[in-house]
Design a protein around this ligand. Structure first.
Ligand code: GTP
Ligand code: MG
Length: 201
């Protein structure tokens, strides 16, 4: 897919105020600092479309970006960020939960996982919750540039094994690096295919 345009639309903390039209929407979720905003910039080949930071907790709202004027990418705040106050965390969690429960236009969520780490309970619990609520998701392993190929495949194998303890099959997954643009074509082609299928009804 060629990216002809990518524009910021709005930020808000209330799912009821998100764009009203019915364009297909794809959301990026995962722990703070996992690389959600960086991945959006990489996919769109724009340095500062989504705001990124070395410090966790940068993205604090639901951010809509319209791509090629016919689909949305959504950048969400991370979960599991310990340095915001407990009450802030609750508010975050509430609107993220509501976003996933109520957003009809959401076609698919991408749950981002840092490829360097062992499976983390917070991510596994989140995916469990998505499953229980029948919200379709795929997994994106981020920061692949930080591991040598062998270590990368080993970590992914471990992850697949862990998932298969509770899931009948491994959800579709992608391996990416925002600094090296790994996985860009694959992800964009995948989204494009889904958009085409939706258009053909
Ligand atoms: P929050 O908005 O706080 O939830 O974080 P986020 O998930 O949006 O992460 P963000 O994109 O802001 O990136 C966090 C840090 O990880 C930044 O310092 C990025 O430069 C770095 N980072 C993100 N993706 C990659 C990657 O693929 N490779 C490397 N080496 N660093 C990355
Ligand atoms: Mg962010």
């Amino acid at each position: 897919m060629k990216i002809a345009s990518a524009e910021f639309v709005m930020s808000n903390s209330d799912v009821a105020k998100c764009p009203k039209n019915s364009l297909p929407e794809y959301a990026f979720i995962g722990r703070s600092n996992v690389g959600k905003s960086s991945l959006i910039n990489m996919l769109m080949q724009r340095k500062n479309l989504a705001k990124t930071s070395g410090k966790p907790g940068k993205t604090q709202l639901i951010n809509h970006f319209i791509i090629n004027k016919n689909w949305y990418l959504v950048d969400l705040p991370g979960y599991g960020y310990a340095r915001v106050s407990k009450s802030t965390k609750k508010v975050f969690q509430k609107f993220i939960t509501q976003y996933f429960e109520k957003r009809q236009q959401l076609v698919l969520a991408f749950v981002l996982v840092d490829c360097r780490h062992e499976p983390q309970k917070i991510d596994l619990d989140f995916m469990q919750w998505m499953g229980e609520n029948q919200i379709p998701f795929n997994i994106i392993f981020t920061k692949a540039d930080k591991l040598k190929p062998n270590a990368l495949s080993r970590n992914i194998e471990v992850y697949v094994e862990k998932m298969l303890e509770t899931w009948e099959e491994m959800p579709q997954y992608f391996v990416t690096s925002s600094s090296k643009s790994i996985g860009r074509d694959e992800l964009l082609t995948y989204i494009d295919t889904i958009n085409d299928q939706l258009r053909q009804g």
